[in-house]
Design a binder for this molecule. Structure first.
Ligand SMILES: Cc1ncc(C[n+]2csc(CCOP(=O)(O)OP(=O)(O)O)c2C)c(N)n1
Ligand code: SF4
Ligand SMILES: [Mg+2]
Length: 276
């Protein structure tokens, strides 16, 4: 008897193999996203998935059996903005890497959050430029030796969740690939949320981050995620020293704010009345 994976129905026929290296966290992220869609029972036809360039950009493209835009490096949010404004009924989800979204794409990221456009952004944060050979990213931890920081990274990394929060996102959460079930629940919330939702997933790149930096193989990296994670609810009780090296996980923001497409629709309605 042929055993069929319950999520296989969401994969484009003929695209069951993956471009990711063995042990990469991207597969876990793909599974969590598809499981969330499955549990919500939303049709793939209702979605447009958008990614930029990088290993994480291959999570939806070409594998998800839906409309998928594989765009240019740093520009997935710009393309997604056009898609959403063109047809606000669509559910637009961006899945891409940390470099793509917050290095070259950083301005698109903060302004989409500021506008509170109804987009769901899932960032696979492996702390490095994976696809191009392990260069430093704005998420690389201090002191880390990468291809482009052979004597250690001197630049402080961004806290992506705090960045999204400060820019105006209405839903912000961080998980690691160890938290696959919680990630699924979080993606479900983000999809249903009206406005700019951001989920950061700390994800292992065993090939570049793991091997070059001594973080180890995929299993060792994921064990590290489990050991180092601390729930945001427990953070207040801990001192700064105790939080050193920890990964704060959980929901940072879950609130309401006027959403851009709805505000545009209201404005058009007002203008129609005025012209009568
Ligand atoms: C305009 C432009 N600049 C640089 C590149 C080269 N480039 C492709 S992917 C990438 C970084 C990928 O890192 P990230 O977005 O973190 O994705 P990952 O591979 O780590 O998943 C870079 C610098 C490019 N394709 N286009
Ligand atoms: S290079 Fe790293 S991020 Fe890219 S597919 Fe391989 S393990 Fe994943
Ligand atoms: Mg990366």
């Amino acid at each position: 008897m042929k055993v069929v994976h319950p999520l296989e129905k969401y994969i484009r026929p003929g695209f069951l193999s993956t471009t990711s290296c063995a042990g990469c966290g991207n597969g876990i992220i793909a599974q969590s996203v598809l499981r969330a869609i499955d549990e919500l029972k939303i049709k793939m036809d209702d979605f447009v998935f958008v990614s930029g360039i990088g290993c994480a950009a291959w999570i939806p493209s070409p594998f998800f059996n839906a409309d998928v835009l594989h765009t240019t490096h740093g520009r997935p949010i710009a393309f997604a903005t056009g898609v959403k404004l063109g047809n606000p009924k669509l559910k637009v989800m961006i899945i891409s890497g940390d470099g793509d979204l917050v290095a070259i794409g950083g301005n698109h990221f903060i302004h989409a959050a500021r506008r509170n456009l109804d987009l769901t952004v899932v960032c696979a944060n492996n702390g490095i430029y994976g696809m191009t050979g392990g260069q430093v990213a704005p998420t690389t931890p201090l002191g880390l030796e990468t291809t482009t920081t052979p004597y250690g990274n001197l630049e402080r990394p961004f806290d992506l969740c705090r960045l999204a929060q400060a820019a105006g996102a209405v839903y912000v959460a961080r998980w690691t690939t160890y938290h696959a079930r919680k990630l699924t629940q979080s993606v479900k919330k983000a999809i249903q949320k009206k406005g700019f939702s951001f989920i950061e997933v700390i994800s292992q790149c065993p090939v570049h981050f793991g091997r070059r930096t001594g973080a180890g193989d995929a299993v060792t990296m994921m064990k590290g995620y489990r050991q180092r994670s601390i729930d945001i609810g427990k953070v207040m009780k801990r001192g700064e020293q105790e939080l050193k090296g920890k990964i704060v996980v959980g929901e940072f923001v879950d609130r309401k704010d006027p959403e851009l497409c709805e505000e545009i629709a209201k404005m058009n309605q007002r203008l129609r009345w005025k012209r009568r």
